[in-house]
Write a protein of this length. Structure first.
Length: 95
């Protein structure tokens, strides 16, 4: 990781994850539907932009590991919707 800011962001994220594990308060960071974590809230606590979670490959990998662990523990619910279901929008009625 050649970018010093990326390294700092990863360290902040790892510290955040460690603290959540100690506190056991992951439920405070889930979305209302429990399908994912609230990236905006996590990024705010880590003091970086929300995009860092998805654009920094090392943070993204750790994030996915954390999600898998939380699904296994029943804190998050696995999203089993197909990609087409996620993109589907009802057509508007026409005259």
């Amino acid at each position: 990781m050649s970018n010093p800011a990326a390294k700092v962001n990863l360290e902040r994220f790892n510290a955040f994850v460690d603290e959540r594990k100690k506190q056991g308060d992951w439920e405070d960071y889930t979305l209302p539907n429990r399908l994912d974590l609230n990236k905006k809230m996590i990024a705010r606590e880590c003091e970086f932009d929300r995009k860092r979670i998805t654009e920094n490959s090392k943070i993204r990998a750790k994030y996915e590991d954390v999600k898998a662990d939380l699904i296994a523990k029943g804190i998050l619910i696995e999203d089993i919707r197909t990609p087409s279901c996620l993109l589907y929008t009802s057509p508007s009625p026409r005259d």
